[in-house]
Design a protein around this ligand. Structure first.
Ligand SMILES: Nc1ncnc2c1ncn2[C@@H]1O[C@H](COP(=O)(O)OP(=O)(O)OP(=O)(O)O)[C@@H](O)[C@H]1O
Ligand SMILES: C[C@H](N)[C@H](N)CCCCCC(=O)O
Ligand SMILES: [Mg+2]
Length: 222
């Protein structure tokens, strides 16, 4: 049984894209997999239920018998910083609730559980609670998705440092291409990251090349 927390260098860098591809890859290998998006912001009402795109993608990539609500216990409507959305909705997010949400999913006996954060690493959840507090409570190893665009060097190094300062382990990182054409000097940027981040590069995710991504991803957690 393996669980990982997936963080990223920012919002919109491919955490969900990577997490869903990873779950699919392990499901194809015959493993029981589930995603967990403890807190989402940005939902549509479907049949009276708030539905978040990330949660839906992770739920669809899961193959254990879990509900969308179990995959995403805190679903906030506006696509804004979650602690602000929570305050607007009169919702208090607690550590116990999110830790319990994790154990709730573990009851479905997944071989692999992928928990996705929201935004970047240092995400406030309100009342002096932060997403890293949940990751620490669960003692999860972390995978960092680096969105390969200008500015990612600083973001990646700060994120890796913050993970390490939290006493958590950076299992590895993924270079994700966000555009059809790689960023200028992609290889040089990748090299700089390899030399600066004290954890292995697990995969290079091309832009929209799902089949290739899957075959490359299959062994990254072994
Ligand atoms: N390798 C890729 N190829 C094609 N499209 C991608 C790739 N990575 C990400 N995208 C697209 O970029 C957008 C942002 O990706 P994604 O939603 O995975 O980001 P995120 O880090 O999970 O953001 P959030 O902080 O909102 O959770 C999405 O539309 C996604 O489909
Ligand atoms: C709405 C968005 N897509 C994410 N779900 C939430 C991103 C929160 C970012 C908070 C911040 O660091 O400023
Ligand atoms: Mg996401």
């Amino acid at each position: 049984m393996k669980s990982f927390f997936v963080t990223g260098t920012d919002t919109e860098v491919g955490k969900t894209y990577f997490s869903a591809r990873l779950l699919e890859a392990y499901a194809e290998k015959g493993l029981r997999v589930t995603g967990y998006k403890p807190v989402s912001a940005g939902c549509e009402m479907v049949d009276g239920q708030p539905v978040n795109e990330d949660a839906l993608a992770l739920w669809q990539a899961s193959n254990t018998s879990v509900s969308l609500q179990q995959v995403n216990p805190v679903a906030l409507m506006p696509p804004i910083a979650p602690h602000i959305a929570a305050e607007q909705a009169g919702v208090t997010i607690s550590k116990n609730q999110l830790v319990d949400g994790y154990h709730n999913l573990m009851a479905s006996r997944p071989d692999v559980l992928i928990m996705e954060g929201a935004g970047g690493w240092q995400l406030p959840l309100g009342n002096n609670l932060w997403m890293p507090d949940i990751v620490s409570a669960l003692e999860l190893p972390v995978i960092m998705v680096v969105g390969m665009r200008l500015g990612c060097l600083n973001h990646a190094m700060l994120t890796a440092q913050a993970i390490s300062h939290s006493g958590l382990s950076l299992h590895g990182w993924v270079a994700n291409q966000l555009t059809p054409t790689p960023m200028p000097y992609y290889e040089q940027n990748l090299q700089t990251l390899k030399e600066s981040i004290n954890a292995p590069l697990l995969a290079e995710l091309p832009y929209h090349d799902d089949a290739l991504s899957r075959s490359r991803l299959v062994n990254i957690l072994t």
